[in-house]
Design a protein around this ligand. Sequence first.
Ligand SMILES: Cc1cc2nc3c(=O)[nH]c(=O)nc-3n(C[C@H](O)[C@H](O)[C@H](O)COP(=O)(O)OP(=O)(O)OC[C@H]3O[C@@H](n4cnc5c(N)ncnc54)[C@H](O)[C@@H]3O)c2cc1C
Ligand code: FES
Length: 282
Amino acid sequence: MNRLKPVKARIQALKKQAHEVKTYTLTTENLPFSALPGQFNMVGFPGVGEAPISFSALVRENCFEHTIRSAGRVTAYLDGLKEGDELFIRGPYGKGWPLRQAEGKTVLLIAGGLGIAPLRPVIQGILEKRGLFDKVYLIYGAKNEKHMLFTDEFQTWEEEFPLFLALDEISNPDSGSPRMKVRDKRGWEYHIGLVTDMLDKVKIYPQRTIAFVCGPEIMMRFVCRGLLLMGIESSSLYVSLERRMKCGIAHCGHCQHYGLFVCKDGPVFSYKQVRGLPDGLL
Ligand SMILES: Cc1cc2nc3c(=O)[nH]c(=O)nc-3n(C[C@H](O)[C@H](O)[C@H](O)COP(=O)(O)OP(=O)(O)OC[C@H]3O[C@@H](n4cnc5c(N)ncnc54)[C@H](O)[C@@H]3O)c2cc1C
Ligand code: FES
């Protein structure tokens, strides 16, 4: 596959995940191609534009997935597409999560909002080879329960590792006194508060732990600080950065972050690499 050339991809299935968020199951003539968890495609349509979108599932049975929130020009166009329609992709680009490095270790997966999408291929990779990893924990926070993605997969995930869920707010607060926990109609219990509140739930040996963190930059900052306080080395913490992109291949400079090209050197970086850079929140 020529990774610079946009290729047509057909929408095999569309699934609404949450308000303005859909998962696109795609297929192309260029399959199979290999991608790593955490890598992204430039996704778009001629005349509309392109946006970097992470894989939310890698290639299996001639399909792969992207989970996209309608946020602006390109993604609003994609939001209007139907099953059977075509869009264009080029990629895969960037460096992904170091899953091989996580083998034999305790793995902390910490996601905020749409940040669960780039971590889903990690979860799927762990589920496929569960024996290769030590303890695994997922801490996942969203604005409210209506913004939680992949809820129909929680059961499968929880059979293999503990899942700690947090919400910033309750979507339908009743008139009672403020609560610290809420249960949805499927029975999932959510802590009301920040994902950082859940860090003390995990039992780890810091030297044998690796953490993959994905979400808004301010959330990643506080999570990483919490993990450092727990004794995990900054070189064992990984974050995925978002910057505005054009080329995706380190040519245009749009995504440059103090000498780093987020499109080529990232989007996944160790916290040690990006901590304290002047224009970032990390
Ligand atoms: C590596 C990577 C992976 C990503 N993965 C995903 C993913 O899996 N799913 C997903 O939904 N999104 C993902 N994104 C984010 C997505 O690429 C952006 O939301 C993208 O900008 C959407 O493009 P758009 O044309 O639809 O929106 P845009 O028109 O670019 O607008 C997006 C947002 O940016 C604001 N904006 C527009 N122009 C500017 C400007 N000049 N300066 C500041 N703000 C501006 C808009 O108001 C809007 O809120 C990822 C981004 C990166 C870098
Ligand atoms: S998007 Fe062009 S240099 Fe990264």
